[in-house]
Design a protein around this ligand. Structure first.
Ligand code: HEM
Length: 449
């Protein structure tokens, strides 16, 4: 069992993750419910990128995703797919808002759009829509169960005894995922599936995983990934990529509903860009206010509530933990929401104020990832283990928001709000989500003008 230490302070995070980065390269073993549930010994475990220890296996998995699938230069080629997903999201809302306005709980629509895009990137084009829906349902179920377990998993084996029901449910969900994913993975093994016809996904994630050879441990040489490993990696891709972007878009919309003047200002920027047709080019060229709005949202509500690292000797010293029982090491939990609202670093940290990220603002130059000189927020982590989906996710969130704000006006829905406006209560489960899903009054702009 390891000792758990929580970091809520930006300066301590900087001391650990920038100044002593090498001591914090590892994940905290045994912290992840899936690992706890399977209970496999490390040598047999189906590691994902998140769970793998720093070393050659992790490096092979991570390089494959970040260099072959999500490298910033590749993200440009995924942009048309993101645009298509945004258009499908808007079309779905048009269907819901048939009159002038409607009350909409947006989370489900966002999740469908984000998940379908990732499923396409994962398995290629042509996966049946019902199959995608079933995968999405199972993923939501899995994330909900993992979310129940995360607060109680502390690196010991006790939760395995106390939370048997949730662990059994988790194993069932993983088993059902396996049944759904394996036929789709097998389909990608057929040579004809590798013919790229243009206009779709050029190199699906599954193809990259099938081509990958990972170090064979003590046996030496390299080997292909086992079926169970492929299933876990696909699950990680679909799960970590969808819920995170959905949470970020939902939180941002909630603030736009709460602060109509911010929404108007954002809409003016969007309307003024390329005649209102927001393209990936225009998003990449700038749109400083949209960028500021998204960063402010991520500062206050980082989609991943915590970031886990494991450390020993030096790292434990940096944390001020001089006595670590049994020399087992220290599990360090960086509380990302608290770090982004550290009052020693931010003025009025609980206020949604995107202007702070604009030129002349207190956070001018602060981006999604911190530089080596200071840590002010950590929405995508930091260092070697920072989120490999950062560029892709930022683009996707902006793409969805730009489309939603261009086509609709978003207002407070009386039924869904408290007397004080939108209910911003947070719930830390697998992701940091709105405790009460956003319900907004959505008006088509054509009917507003
Ligand atoms: C708004 C969206 C997202 C947020 C806020 C987010 C946040 C994070 C954070 C905080 C970490 C931990 C980083 C660290 O320990 O330094 C992480 C890791 C990771 N994320 Fe994301 N993420 C997002 C989207 C995505 C997407 C779209 C994907 C892939 C499709 C992805 C895949 C991963 C993976 C595989 C890791 C593990 C990296 C490693 O351990 O080497 N994430 N993410």
């Amino acid at each position: 069992r390891r000792t758990l230490h929580r970091v809520r302070d930006a300066a301590v995070a900087h001391r650990a993750l920038n100044k002593n980065a090498d001591a914090f390269l590892d994940r905290a073993e045994g912290f992840f419910p899936v690992v706890l549930g399977t209970g496999l010994r490390r040598a047999e475990r189906n590691e994902t990128i998140v769970t793998a220890s720093h070393g050659p296996h992790w490096r092979a998995l991570r390089c494959n995703l970040s260099a072959d699938v999500l490298h910033p230069s590749r993200v440009a080629s995924l942009a048309p797919l993101q645009q298509e997903a945004a258009q499908a999201l808007v079309a779905g809302l048009f269907a819901k808002v048939q009159g002038e306005a409607a009350s909409v709980v947006i989370r489900g629509d966002l999740n469908r759009a984000a998940f379908s895009l990732l499923a396409r990137m994962c398995f290629g084009d042509g996966v049946d829509g019902h199959c995608v829906e079933s995968m999405e349902r199972e993923m939501l179920d899995l994330l909900a169960t993992v979310g129940e377990l995360i607060p109680v998993v502390d690196g010991s084996w006790l939760p395995q005894l106390l939370y048997r029901r949730q662990l059994t449910h988790l194993m069932g969900a993983l088993g059902r995922q396996k049944l759904m994913y394996l036929p789709l993975i097998d389909a990608r093994r057929r040579p004809e599936s590798r013919v790229y016809r243009g206009g779709g996904v050029a190199y699906p994630y599954v193809d990259s995983l099938l081509d990958l050879r990972v170090p064979n441990g003590e046996g030496g040489g390299r080997r292909a990934l086992r079926d169970d490993e492929l299933v876990c990696l696909v699950s990680e891709f679909l799960g970590s990529g969808s819920g995170s972007t959905v949470a970020c878009v939902e939180w941002t919309l909630a603030h736009l509903v709460d602060r109509p003047e911010v929404q108007d200002k954002l809409r003016r920027e969007i309307d003024g860009t390329d005649g209102g047709a927001v393209t990936i080019k225009s998003l990449r060229r700038g749109m400083p206010y949209l960028n500021a709005v998204v960063l402010e949202s991520l500062r206050m509500h980082p989609a991943a509530p915590f970031m886990m690292r494991g450390t020993h000797g030096d790292g434990a010293g940096v944390m001020g933990a001089t006595t670590v029982p049994n020399g087992d090491g220290l599990m360090v939990q960086f509380v990302l929401g608290d770090i982004g609202r550290d009052s020693k670093v931010w003025t009025d940290p609980d206020e949604f104020r995107p202007e702070r990220f604009l030129a002349g603002g207190e956070a001018e130059g602060v981006g999604p990832l911190p530089g080596p000189k200071e840590v002010r927020m950590l929405p995508f982590g930091i260092g070697h283990r920072h989120c490999p989906g950062t560029s892709f996710a930022m683009l996707q969130v902006k793409c969805f928001l730009a489309a939603l704000v261009r086509e609709f006006e978003w207002a407070d829905d009386d039924c869904g709000s408290t007397a004080g406006g939108v209910d911003m209560t947070e719930l830390d489960v697998f992701f940091k989500v709105m405790k009460k899903p956003l319900s907004a009054r959505v008006m088509r702009r054509s009917s507003v003008k």
